[in-house]
Design a protein around this ligand. Structure first.
Ligand code: SF4
Length: 54
Protein backbone atom coordinates (compact mmCIF):
# COMPACT_ATOMS: atom_id res chain seq x y z
CA UNK A 1 0.00 0.00 0.00
CA UNK A 2 3.01 2.33 -0.30
CA UNK A 3 1.66 3.53 -3.63
CA UNK A 4 -1.50 4.80 -1.94
CA UNK A 5 0.64 6.97 0.30
CA UNK A 6 3.07 7.97 -2.43
CA UNK A 7 0.66 9.34 -5.02
CA UNK A 8 0.66 13.13 -4.69
CA UNK A 9 -2.71 13.28 -6.45
CA UNK A 10 -4.33 10.54 -4.33
CA UNK A 11 -5.34 8.58 -7.44
CA UNK A 12 -4.74 5.13 -5.94
CA UNK A 13 -6.86 3.61 -3.17
CA UNK A 14 -7.28 0.30 -1.38
CA UNK A 15 -9.86 -1.77 -3.24
CA UNK A 16 -11.18 -3.62 -0.20
CA UNK A 17 -10.94 -6.82 -2.29
CA UNK A 18 -8.37 -9.62 -2.23
CA UNK A 19 -6.81 -11.53 -5.11
CA UNK A 20 -6.49 -15.32 -5.34
CA UNK A 21 -3.42 -15.18 -3.10
CA UNK A 22 -5.43 -13.44 -0.41
CA UNK A 23 -3.60 -10.15 -0.86
CA UNK A 24 -5.55 -6.91 -0.93
CA UNK A 25 -4.91 -4.95 -4.08
CA UNK A 26 -5.32 -1.31 -5.02
CA UNK A 27 -7.43 0.44 -7.62
CA UNK A 28 -6.62 3.33 -9.89
CA UNK A 29 -9.39 5.86 -9.47
CA UNK A 30 -11.39 7.06 -12.48
CA UNK A 31 -9.83 10.43 -11.83
CA UNK A 32 -6.63 8.75 -12.99
CA UNK A 33 -6.77 10.95 -16.04
CA UNK A 34 -5.18 13.49 -13.71
CA UNK A 35 -2.11 11.27 -13.43
CA UNK A 36 1.05 13.24 -14.11
CA UNK A 37 3.20 10.19 -14.78
CA UNK A 38 5.53 11.13 -11.93
CA UNK A 39 6.05 7.39 -11.21
CA UNK A 40 6.25 7.84 -7.45
CA UNK A 41 3.81 4.93 -7.09
CA UNK A 42 6.06 2.64 -9.13
CA UNK A 43 9.23 3.75 -7.36
CA UNK A 44 7.72 3.06 -3.94
CA UNK A 45 6.35 -0.41 -4.78
CA UNK A 46 8.65 -3.08 -3.28
CA UNK A 47 7.04 -5.71 -5.52
CA UNK A 48 7.58 -3.69 -8.72
CA UNK A 49 3.91 -4.20 -9.57
CA UNK A 50 3.35 -0.83 -11.20
CA UNK A 51 4.40 0.30 -14.64
CA UNK A 52 3.83 3.92 -15.57
CA UNK A 53 3.56 4.90 -19.20
CA UNK A 54 1.96 7.64 -21.19
S1 SF4 B 1 2.36 8.23 -11.69
FE1 SF4 B 1 0.22 8.92 -11.47
S2 SF4 B 1 -0.74 7.41 -10.11
FE2 SF4 B 1 1.51 7.18 -9.89
S3 SF4 B 1 2.06 8.52 -8.15
FE3 SF4 B 1 2.29 9.75 -10.02
S4 SF4 B 1 0.31 10.81 -10.24
FE4 SF4 B 1 -0.03 9.10 -8.81
Amino acid sequence: MFCVLACPRKLIKESGKVNKRGVMYVEFLPAGLQCTGCAMCAIMCPEACIEVYK
